[in-house]
Write a protein that binds this ligand. Structure first.
Ligand code: NAD
Ligand code: TYD
Length: 356
């Protein structure tokens, strides 16, 4: 069992990173300090951890920094005597990678390289580098079968190609330099604090406001949906208990077609929120729009290795997970308003220097 004293979490102001930091402080008995190293891009929202900053005082440090800046990364690791890294920071949205792939190469590949170099330079002080990755590196499945730890890489989007490159670099640093490493490849997450460019929060927030719900193509693409809390638990189990060098696939055993996800969200918003002024059900807002180029048909995960080795399994099913998520977006209007209005970015520019 690894017990970290000073954990560097990159991208901790994003969706999964912020849930992970809260999970570690509140659910695991962790007694050390977490340094959240985050560039605070459009996807980084410091308000997502307001409660943690208040409750955990000096044990939680938000450090605005860019993983593309090798000296900033090195300085942070040495200054805070970092003995473990959990690396979330990334450009994470496939649609943005299609429009502008440069940032994906710089952050996801070069940024990961900078972190690996700095972690390696800390020698025996570094207990573990945990690299957080995606199932999208494996490409697309047909109607049958699952991705597992032995599936060959076959990424299609600039996002998944950049994540694949970062996975290979991480493993190369383990194999070549002996950097203690674990890797996880996870399916699509949903839950609180997700930026509303991704399918689930976009549909919830648009459905609430009576706006159109854009479904790409026929909506028949399948994703394996995992509640973010289950992902965070899996990462913590791997980071603290897995053997050096191991990779784990993480998934929710919860495959759904996009059209079914959107229809379910519409029904939940109808159930939990005030009806639309028109009296129509929210499903009437669904609009089939042009498909995403290179759109992967199906992702699904065989998570039997992490179940066998570490006893991990998801705790949310689709009913409990989606219902509690819709309720969270209804109940947390301060957060959704700050994201919708861009107010959180104003806070960033008032409290931190502008990003280089
Ligand atoms: P996100 O976009 O919500 O958050 C990314 C965070 O990284 C933000 O806080 C952003 O400010 C920060 N960041 C971006 N560029 C940076 C840079 N150059 N330097 C420092 N910080 C930077 O992403 P997410 O959905 O929370 O995903 C986190 C990680 O998990 C990513 O590595 C992603 O590939 C992986 N992942 C995501 C999913 C998913 O469904 N969201 C599934 C599997 C794996
Ligand atoms: P997304 O949340 O962007 O995650 P990823 O592309 O990493 O899987 O999209 C999930 C699925 O939903 C994907 O098949 C694309 C589709 N989608 C839509 O149909 N409409 C949308 O507005 C968005 C954002 C995604």
């Amino acid at each position: 069992m690894r017990a970290f004293k000073n954990l560097l979490v990159t991208g901790g102001a994003g969706f999964i990173g912020s849930n992970f930091i809260r999970h570690v402080f509140r659910k695991t008995g962790f007694t050390g300090r977490i340094v959240n190293f985050d560039a605070l891009t459009y996807a980084g929202n410091p308000h997502s951890l307001d409660d943690v900053a208040t409750a955990f005082g000096e044990r939680y440090v938000l450090l605005r920094g860019d993983i593309r800046d090798a000296s900033a990364v090195r300085e942070a690791m040495n200054r805070f005597d970092i003995d473990g890294v959990v690396h979330f920071a990334a450009e994470s949205h496939v649609d943005r990678s299609i429009v502008g792939p440069d940032a994906f190469v710089q952050t996801n590949i070069v940024g990961t390289f900078n972190l690996l170099q700095a972690a390696r330079e800390r020698g025996g002080a570094m207990q573990l580098f945990h690299h957080v990755s995606t199932d999208e590196v494996f490409g697309s499945l047909g109607p049958e079968g699952w991705f597992s730890e032995t599936t060959p890489y076959s990424p299609h989007s600039p996002y998944s190609a950049s994540k694949a490159a970062s996975d290979h670099l991480a493993r190369a640093f383990h194999d070549t330099y002996g950097l203690p490493l674990t890797v996880t490849n996870c399916s699509n997450n949903y839950g609180p604090y997700q930026f509303p460019e991704k399918l689930v929060p976009l549909m919830i927030m648009n459905a609430l406001e009576g706006k159109g719900l854009p479904v790409y193509g026929k909506g028949l693409n399948v994703r394996d949906w995992l509640h973010v809390e289950d992902h965070c638990d899996a990462i913590w189990q791997v980071a603290t208990r897995a053997a050096d060098g191991q990779t784990y696939c993480i998934g929710g055993h919860n495959e759904m077609r996009n059209i079914d996800v959107v229809t379910r969200i519409c029904a939940l918003v109808d159930e939990l929120a005030a009806p639309l002024a028109s009296g129509e059900p929210r499903s009437s807002l669904i609009k089939h729009v042009a498909d995403r180029p290179g759109h992967d048909l199906r992702y699904a995960i065989d998570a039997s290795k992490i179940a066998a080795d570490l006893g991990w399994k998801p705790s949310f099913d689709a009913d409990s997970g989606f219902k509690s998520t819709v309720r969270w977006y209804l109940d947390n209007v301060a957060w959704t308003d700050s994201v919708r209005s861009g107010e959180y970015q104003k806070w960033i520019s008032e409290n931190y220097e502008t990003r280089k």
